[in-house]
Design a protein around this ligand. Structure first.
Ligand code: MLT
Ligand code: ZN
Length: 470
């Protein structure tokens, strides 16, 4: 077919031109090399890239973008492939170029006095964390996937994680960005300023845009002093309402030292003990809270233990254990961080990454549980998440035949009813586009489309992700 031939020829020409920019080994086009880039890590989304480009410098990224723009070829940015919404997976047309910054992984600068780090987009989060650790500094973005997640992906998805209640989402750590536009221009905004009110804060448009507005090639991140003391505790609580009572008691007793406050249902930990052979050091309970506090001042352990004594006495919690060593801390966190994997082993699950006002968590759970059980009997709800910041992973284990779209609509309607969000931290990707279009107001969508059109007029940056254009 003539059209097929023309597009095949153009793809070959483009691959040749891209090799001129990034070198022979900077373009992957063998079918076997492309396989890891054609699916997300959970194998939920599948696609077929035309090729994978691995530039070494920001200028090479800009040149790649110029070539793709001239050829009218879409570009799908790809970080550590740890996302849960299919944002980094190309479609199956075989026409989309995957752009990986894996070779741009340098730490460009650490400013100890200013408490900043400047890193390239392909740098692994854990590498950046380790680089500042022995300087007494902390890069406070903490995710189960930190050993693979790349800074470019962290920025472009505005990643959350387990210490958002203390340190905020990734957005709140970002002081400056270097971005390559869809047309191949470089915006150098790598400022290390805590205060910068000079006009529009354009970097915010790119943070959380999931690669649909520009390519994040480097970032300046705000660090914080590394706390010298940490206390981790696991509590058994009778209900989500009791968990919130513990949260309020903790705020009162240990205040700003509260770093993590995770809620896990008894059934979530039952999955973990079954599939990962991990042990819960407390008797079986309906709900659990994993609490972490950290501070540089002495006295944290005493204050936290006295808090726990208090919540046990007042029967907000039924039982509790405080980690006595780093190994015990790691064991407690392993329970929490293994839930996703254990859930995956259990069978098909439909994830809902929602947030509601913190005070609405118990009512949201009651209402959503009733609605799901009534409409989809036989499914099992696996609730856990970052209750301290209002983010719940309201996942449902379902039979293969279940209509996922209907379940999503049901859960998200309850979320919207409680004034919540249908994506607290995982982003929209390709997974939640329809639901975002349904749950956001026409004016919010119109503004989003205007911004997309202004920054990516040909719709070549990660098309089909985040936003339906009409
Ligand atoms: C987590 O917090 O463990 C993940 O964001 C949740 C998930 O896998 O659903
Ligand atoms: Zn999470």
């Amino acid at each position: 077919m003539p059209t097929q031939k023309v597009s095949t020829m153009r793809r070959d020409e483009l691959a040749f031109a891209l090799r001129q920019v990034v070198g022979e080994r900077g373009v992957l086009s063998d079918e076997t090399d492309l396989v890891p880039y054609g699916h997300d890590w959970r194998h939920m989304f599948k696609g077929r890239p035309c090729c994978v480009v691995l530039p070494h410098t920001t200028h090479e990224v800009a040149e790649v973008m110029r070539l793709c723009a001239a050829a009218g070829v879409p570009v799908v940015p790809h970080g550590g492939n740890t996302g849960l919404s299919g944002g980094a997976t190309p479609d199956d047309s075989g026409h989309q170029v995957v752009l990986s910054l894996a070779k741009m992984n340098a730490i460009r600068n650490i400013d100890v006095i200013g408490e900043t780090i400047e890193v390239e987009g392909g740098c692994i989060l854990q590498t950046a964390q380790e680089a500042v650790d022995d300087k007494g500094l902390l890069l406070p973005i903490t995710l189960a996937a930190e050993g693979s997640a790349q800074i470019g992906g962290i920025v472009s998805t505005n990643a959350g994680g387990t210490n958002v209640l203390r340190y905020g989402m990734a957005r709140s750590r970002i002081l400056g960005l270097e971005v390559v536009t869809s047309e191949g221009q470089i915006i150098n905004g790598l400022r290390r300023l805590r205060k910068d009110n000079a006009g529009y804060d354009w970097k915010q448009w790119f943070i959380g845009s999931e690669g649909t507005l520009g390519i994040i090639t480097a970032a300046v991140l705000q660090l914080t002093p590394k706390p010298r003391h940490r206390v981790t505790a696991l509590l058994a609580v009778p209900s989500p309402a009791a968990a919130l009572q513990v949260l309020c008691a903790a705020r009162g007793a240990i205040g700003e030292t509260l770093t993590g406050f995770e809620l896990m249902s008894g059934s979530a930990l039952e999955l973990v003990t079954r599939h990962r052979q991990l042990k819960v050091p407390l008797d079986a309970a309906a709900w659990y809270v994993l609490l972490e506090a950290s501070s540089s001042l002495p006295g944290l352990r005493d204050a936290t233990e006295s808090l726990l004594g208090d919540v046990l006495k007042k029967e907000m919690a039924n039982d509790g254990v405080v980690a006595e060593s780093q190994q015990q801390e790691a064991d407690l966190w392993a329970l929490r961080e293994s839930i996703t994997e254990a859930e995956g082993r259990e069978g098909r699950s439909i994830k809902h990454d929602v947030s509601v006002p913190i005070s609405s968590i118990p009512d949201f759970l009651r209402t959503a549980d009733e609605a799901v059980m009534r409409t989809f009997p036989g499914t099992r709800i696996n609730t856990f998440g970052h209750a301290g910041d209002g983010n719940l992973h309201y996942n449902v284990i379902v039979p293969a035949s279940l209509d996922a779209a209907a379940l999503n609509r049901l859960v998200h309607d309850v979320v919207v009813y409680f004034g919540g969000s249908i994506s607290a931290e995982h982003g929209i990707g390709q997974y939640r586009v329809d639901e975002l279009m349904r749950c956001r107001s026409p004016i919010e969508l119109a503004i989003a489309r205007r911004i997309k059109n202004a920054l990516d007029p040909q719709n070549l940056l990660n098309p089909g992700k985040v936003l339906a254009l009409r």
